[in-house]
Design a binder for this molecule. Structure first.
Ligand SMILES: [Fe+2]
Ligand SMILES: [Fe+2]
Length: 275
């Protein structure tokens, strides 16, 4: 059984709340955008490659599981104001992503109202569950997932280019800026945990890095086929994960690969009883 991470001290909780306040102030000042005002909706390209619209739909579907993400993540951190308030703010930012992507699918004519309604009703027959059982692992997971998500949007942006569809280009640009800011916040959070309890945090980071999967893809109708398209278009695959997610995160956290090797059972138990 995996060791249970030690609870946060009052000093650590205070640093986490401060981290959220700094993030929030910056977001209010520099990163708020409007779906209605900031996207050139009259410049949707109706003849864009339908494969791109399929990928946009996949991303929209992953974003649509937001009620599951929030309802399962918040109870883990309700006594941690920095993390809980971040989830409230994160939820606000994430809800714009599925709305903006869904609006593009409709306004570009790539999907009808009926198709969108069908998609939503089948989607919620499935339910996303937490991939890890504790809040420390989940902050590591969210950090990795946000950088991976940023890459998904950035690589799709490169494929369409700024003259392929100016409306979609702007949607992807604004959404990817949010995803990058999310990654940065959760990485700083993981850094605080590492400073506070390096072995306990590395144990959770090891679990996440060894088993990482994008959220909800397996819950989506034709999920495998959709993931295949994302790989074929070189938007995301294992090599991209390793080179552009795993390695940069390890470098940024100043964690060496050798520190993530599985320890012997004896060592794990010693680490587990330290806290
Ligand atoms: Fe998002
Ligand atoms: Fe995000």
């Amino acid at each position: 059984m995996e060791p249970t991470p030690k609870p946060e001290s009052p000093a650590l909780l205070a640093r986490m709340y401060q981290l959220f306040r700094d993030y929030f102030d910056r977001a209010e000042k520099k990163r708020r955008w409007s779906i209605r005002e900031d996207i050139p909706w009259d410049k949707c390209n109706r003849s864009l490659d339908p494969a791109v619209a399929d990928v946009v739909q996949t991303f929209c579907m992953v974003e649509l599981f937001l009620p599951d993400y929030l309802s399962k993540l918040i109870p883990q951190v309700r006594a941690n104001r920095g993390r809980a308030w971040m989830l409230a703010n994160w939820g606000y930012e994430e809800c714009k992503h599925s709305m903006a992507l869904g609006d593009w699918l409709l306004k570009s004519g790539h999907r009808s109202d009926e198709q969108m309604a069908d998609m939503e009703s089948t989607l919620f027959q499935e339910e996303w569950d937490l991939p890890y059982d504790n809040a420390r692992a989940m902050v590591c997971y969210t950090m990795v997932q946000e950088l991976a998500t940023w890459l998904h949007y950035k690589n799709l942006l490169k494929i369409i280019g700024d003259d392929g569809d100016p409306a979609l280009y702007q949607v992807l640009h604004l959404v990817s800026m949010d995803e990058r800011a999310h990654y940065d916040f959760f990485k700083r959070m993981v850094q605080l945990y590492l400073e506070d309890d390096r072995p306990g945090t590395l144990e959770q980071l090891r679990r996440v890095m060894n088993t990482f999967k994008m959220p909800a893809v397996h819950l989506i109708v034709d999920g495998k086929q959709r993931a295949q398209v994302v790989q074929e278009m070189r938007i995301f695959d294992y090599d991209i994960f390793f080179e552009q997610v795993f390695l940069p995160i390890m470098a940024s956290l100043k964690v060496d690969k050798s520190e993530l090797r599985r320890k012997s059972v004896r060592e794990v138990m010693v680490v587990g009883t330290e806290g």
